[in-house]
Design a protein around this ligand. Structure first.
Ligand SMILES: Nc1ncnc2c1ncn2[C@@H]1O[C@H](COP(=O)(O)OP(=O)(O)OP(=O)(O)O)[C@@H](O)[C@H]1O
Ligand SMILES: [Mg+2]
Length: 248
């Protein structure tokens, strides 16, 4: 190559290199900004969820500490009333029945807001409790399969419990299913929670139309908060499978 050609070749090579470096720098900056944005978004969701859990705990203890004793006191006072007529006794019996029902419902609501078993005995037993109490109320067969032995962080436990709670609620409200299977497994690298029902399946439109409820959005948020992923698979009349993979 003679000198003028060589200089031109060198100039083009250098210019190309310069453009490539600039492009690489720009791509790097965009990725950096995106990561920053995702980190920020995750922090916002984290604060929102923590506030929600705190608020739930406050409502649960208000209900438990204020309304619980009040209902118990009414029940006690009613028991010492001696009515004059048989009709009055019947009315009192009906009221006592309603009161018992209110006490049971209050306990259920309080428990849903802040599951005591989760605090005391951990995720697996809390899910088992939830399954047992749900089976008593609904015609649904619930199966829990797990090989999880190690304890999880409190944060992971509460998120995973809320996911199971919402998955089960969705199954009862929307799926018309007869079976609900909860699988909680773990290996060296990740923890996998899978919720499976044999119901009507989630409509495909739901993937494109704006979110109607808060459940599915909550699944995504909770998975993101734990640094994991949420996916779902569903076919009409063949049920729904929700999968959460959370890194350890
Ligand atoms: N297991 C399921 N089987 C069939 N359809 C489902 C199932 N889970 C969810 N869906 C459908 O997806 C929609 C969105 O669910 P999502 O939990 O986000 O909201 P929602 O249950 O309607 O309201 P919210 O959870 O806020 O009370 C539901 O309205 C229902 O149509
Ligand atoms: Mg829901």
């Amino acid at each position: 190559m003679d000198t003028p050609h060589y200089s031109l070749f060198l100039a083009i090579t250098l210019a190309t290199l310069f453009v490539v470096v600039i492009l690489l720098y720009l791509v790097f900056r965009i990725i950096q900004k995106q990561q920053q944005f995702l980190r920020l978004q995750r922090q916002v969701v984290k604060v929102e969820m923590a506030t929600l859990e705190k608020e739930r705990a406050r409502i649960a203890s208000d209900l438990h500490d204020d309304l619980g004793p009040l209902l118990a006191a009414i029940k006690y006072r009613m028991a010492v009333v001696t009515p004059d007529a048989e009709r009055e006794q019947k009315e009192l019996d009906v009221c006592a029945g309603h009161l018992d029902e209110a006490i049971v419902r209050l306990r259920q609501v309080t428990h849903n807001l802040l599951p005591a078993t989760l605090e005391r005995r951990g995720l697996v037993e809390a899910i088992q409790d939830l399954a047992t109490s749900t089976e008593q109320l609904h015609p649904l067969k619930i199966e829990l399969i797990t090989d999880l032995c190690e304890p999880l962080s409190k944060e992971s436990e509460i998120h995973l419990y809320r996911v199971v709670q919402e998955g089960l609620a969705n199954c009862i409200q929307h799926a018309a299913a007869t079976c609900f299977k909860i699988t909680l497994s773990s290996d060296r690298r990740a923890l996998t929670l899978q919720l499976m029902d044999n119901g009507i399946g989630i409509s495909k439109n739901l993937l494109t139309e704006p979110q109607r409820g808060r459940g599915i959005a909550g699944f995504r948020n909770r998975a993101t908060m734990l640094g994991g992923q949420f996916t779902f698979y569903s076919e009409p009349e063949k049920g729904t499978v929700l999968t959460f993979v959370i890194p350890k």
